[in-house]
Ligand binder design. Structure first.
Ligand code: PRP
Ligand code: URA
Length: 209
């Protein structure tokens, strides 16, 4: 069964408060999303395998640990997922980046796929699917369906804010995918927006409306 982790680190919670605030403008919103993505990436990479190598310090020869070269991939769900990519790549710069374009139909709330471009070896990679919002869960479920259809085997999902409805739907659809969240909010409203949430993540990141 999928595990759900809520990162309650004080720095993440502090920055998330300003991300939520309606008075936070586009520039600061973007910077804060980038910073929280880095902090979450730090937590999510905690279990990466290590190997010993030999090195020489100015004092003597020794063995020391480095990452064991696991192949990673980051897959933002367009558009809003793009805001989290650079923050993650600061910590894992060698990761490949795939893109899945989905938008949520405002009437049906169902995701509509319009773009997919992935690294050719996704079946060998540990993939982190990123999107700031997990609302009904439709977009995340569809993005992961799309990855699995193309052979992906190891997938994690990371978002800033989730609604309980989205977490349940994603766990049920993809029990093999662990979910990493900065905050688990109260509910969805009648328009499928997360309450209290942060509004429309894509619009706030890119200054559209
Ligand atoms: C938002 C958000 C998620 C989706 C979440 O994207 O970034 O992708 O909604 O909702 P769900 O869990 O109910 O599917 P949106 O469709 O607004 O597209 P955008 O990123 O292009 O703004
Ligand atoms: N998408 C968003 O951007 N925000 C929400 O609250 C729900 C879906």
């Amino acid at each position: 069964m999928a595990k759900v982790y809520v990162f309650d680190h004080p720095l993440i919670q502090h920055k998330l408060t300003y991300i939520r605030d309606i008075n936070t403008g586009t520039k600061e919103f973007r910077e804060l999303v980038d910073e929280v993505a880095t902090l979450m990436a730090f937590e999510i990479t905690r279990e990466l395998p290590l190997q010993e190598i030999e090195i020489e310090t100015p004092v003597n020869k020794t063995t020391s640990k480095v990452l064991a070269g696991k192949k990673l991939g980051v897959v933002p769900i367009l558009r809003a997922g793009l805001g989290m990519v650079d923050g993650i790549l600061k910590l894992i710069p060698a990761a490949k980046v795939g893109h899945i374009g989905l938008y949520r139909d405002p009437e049906t709330l169902k995701p509509v796929e319009y773009y997919v471009k992935l690294p050719s070896d996704i079946q060998e990679r540990e993939l982190i699917v990123v999107d700031p919002m997990l609302a009904t869960g439709g977009s995340a479920i569809e993005a992961i369906n799309s990855l699995k259809k193309r052979g992906a085997q190891h997938i994690q999902f990371m978002c800033l804010i989730a609604a309980p409805e989205g977490v349940e739907a994603l766990k049920e659809a993809h029990p093999d995918v662990d979910i990493y969240i900065a905050a688990l909010d109260e509910k969805l409203n009648d328009h499928g927006y997360i309450v209290p949430g942060l509004g429309d993540a894509g619009d706030r990141l890119f200054g559209t409306k």
